[in-house]
Design a protein around this ligand. Structure first.
Ligand code: ZN
Length: 199
C-alpha cells in the first residue's frame, strides 16, 4: 500500500536530514501527524525562521542574525587573534568555554580531494583577504578537527599565512586523533588552546 501523498512527502523531507533513513523518517512522519496542531505549526515556523532570519557574517562566515556578527562587532574582543574552525558549531563550542576572547574565521568545510573539495570551495580566500586588510591580526590559531582532512587543511593554510609574518599555531593534541572540536568538553578545549603550538 502506498502512503497518502502528504505522508510520503513528509517522509521524503525527513530523509533529507543527515543520519535519517527511511525507517526513522517514517516513524517521525507518523509522530508528526499525531502531534498537536500548535506544536506542528511552531515546528514548521522555526524551520522557516532558522533559514530566513539567519545568514553568514560577511567578515568571519559565522551564522548570524545581523551582519557583522556579534563577535566581529564586539570591540572588546582581542582582535590580534583569529581561530580558524571548520563549522559554525565549532565557534559555539569554543565560546561555551568562555576562555577565548579573540575572533574567529569559519571555513565551512575542509580540503578533501576524495569529495572533490578544493581551496576555492571553503572560506580560505576570505581569510587571506581579511589578514591582508587587518594588520592588528598577529596570530592565526588553526582549530580544524584532528582528522587527515583537518590536518591537511591546517598545513595548507599555514603555508599561505606564514609568509605574511603572522604567527600560525595549531591546537594541542589533547584532542584525540580523529576527534571533532564540536564534541570536545570545555576542559579539553581549554587545554588544547593553552597548549597550542606553532606550525
Ligand atoms: Zn563575524
Amino acid at each position: 500500500m502506498q502512503y497518502p501523498e502528504p505522508i510520503s512527502k513528509l517522509i521524503d523531507s525527513y530523509m533529507k536530514l543527515p543520519g535519517i533513513g527511511s525507517k526513522t523518517a517514517t516513524r517521525l512522519a507518523f509522530y508528526t501527524i499525531d502531534m498537536q496542531e500548535d506544536d506542528v505549526t511552531e515546528f514548521a515556523q522555526s524551520l522557516i525562521s532558522a533559514k530566513r532570519d539567519l545568514s553568514y557574517c560577511s567578515i568571519c562566515g559565522n551564522i548570524t542574525e545581523s551582519d557583522p556578527c556579534m563577535i566581529c562587532a564586539d570591540k572588546s574582543r582581542d582582535n590580534s587573534k583569529v581561530v580558524v574552525v571548520e563549522q559554525p558549531k565549532d565557534v559555539m563550542s569554543l565560546e561555551r568555554m568562555n576562555e577565548y576572547h579573540g575572533l574567529y574565521h569559519v571555513l565551512h568545510g575542509v580540503l578533501s580531494p576524495i569529495e572533490g573539495k578544493g581551496s576555492e570551495d571553503i572560506n580560505i580566500a576570505s581569510l587571506l583577504r581579511r589578514l591582508q586588510k587587518n594588520e592588528a591580526i598577529k596570530e592565526v590559531i588553526i582549530a580544524t578537527n584532528a582528522t587527515p582532512e583537518g590536518e591537511a587543511t591546517a598545513m595548507y593554510i599555514a603555508r599561505l599565512v606564514k609568509p605574511a609574518n603572522i604567527k600560525v599555531t595549531r591546537l594541542a593534541h589533547g584532542l584525540a586523533v580523529g576527534s571533532d572540536i564540536e564534541y570536545a568538553d570545555e576542559m579539553t578545549l581549554f587545554k588544547a588552546i593553552e597548549g597550542r603550538q606553532e606550525i
